[in-house]
Design a protein around this ligand. Structure first.
Ligand SMILES: O=C(O)CCC(=O)C(=O)O
Length: 260
């Protein structure tokens, strides 16, 4: 396993449950990523392949998220499966890590925020998981960067509501720290680290990649995760209940919409 992190970064990780690494991608890697994200957001709908999700914003229906990208983009595949991102996830996990899921959240102007939550309840098949987010655009409190409540990631699941989010009253008692990012910065976080984000109140998108890794010793579960997710979304469509979900927990505060 390649080691990348120094002792103070590891201390911060263990203490708070998250770790920002400024300038994690080089300038050319960051520029490639920006171009790839633009290509991917223009992919036409193809329900057999990638999964696009849309939301209603004040300027119309815009992409909210794209996931299940890996097989269709060689550059993204290489970035997510080889080198410093999986190496760093492995180092933080203390054992070899393998990709579980990947998504781009676009958060276009007026795009919705996310209620306080832990990721763990949405990832049913794994026990040990870490997410790496990579900023494509600058992320600020104004355009919807992540906010974390530190030092609670060792406490298992906190008080959850019926949507699988952290109970609102309890969430209000926590101390939330904004984690602004620049393009190419990485932010690793435990799937038990409480986080949330506000809507984008600016006129520019706030695009971010979210890459979740599980311990390889638990198996390669990515296909199983996505097959289950597609099944549960299809069921929600036929029951007419929560159509247009973008996640298995109800943390998205925006307005999911059909592509037009
Ligand atoms: O992109 C964001 O603002 C928050 C995303 C998030 O927490 C999630 O997708 O679970």
């Amino acid at each position: 396993m390649n080691t990348i992190l120094n002792a103070s970064q590891l201390d911060r990780w263990y203490q708070t449950g998250y770790l920002k690494i400024p300038g994690f991608l080089s300038a050319s890697e960051t520029e490639n990523l920006r171009e790839w994200v633009e290509e991917i957001s223009d992919w036409p709908a193809d329900p057999e392949k990638w999964m696009h999700h849309f939301e209603q914003t004040p300027s119309g229906v815009r992409p909210a998220r794209t996931e299940y990208i890996l097989a269709y983009h060689p550059g993204i595949r290489q970035l997510l499966t080889l080198g410093k991102i999986p190496d760093c996830a492995s180092e933080l996990m203390g054992e070899a890590a393998i990709l579980y899921k990947e998504k781009i959240n676009y958060k276009y102007p007026g795009g919705g925020g996310y209620a306080a939550h832990q990721d763990a309840p949405a990832y049913e098949f794994i026990r040990n998981h870490i997410t790496c987010s990579i900023a494509v655009d600058p992320a600020t409190p104004e355009n919807g960067c992540l906010f974390f409540a530190p030092e609670l990631h060792q406490q298992g699941l906190l008080h959850l509501d019926k949507n699988g989010c952290i109970d609102t009253e309890y969430a209000e008692t926590l101390d939330w720290e904004p984690v602004p990012m620049q393009p190419g910065d990485a932010l690793f976080f435990s799937s038990y680290a409480p986080h949330k984000s506000p809507p984008n109140e600016t006129q520019q998108p706030r695009r971010t990649l979210y890459l979740t890794y599980n311990a390889r010793s638990e198996g390669d579960l990515r296909e199983e995760y996505y097959a289950d997710k597609r099944r549960s979304f299809a069921e929600a469509d036929t029951t007419g209940g929560e159509k247009l979900k973008i996640s298995k927990i109800g943390h998205f505060d925006g307005k999911p919409a059909q592509q037009i």
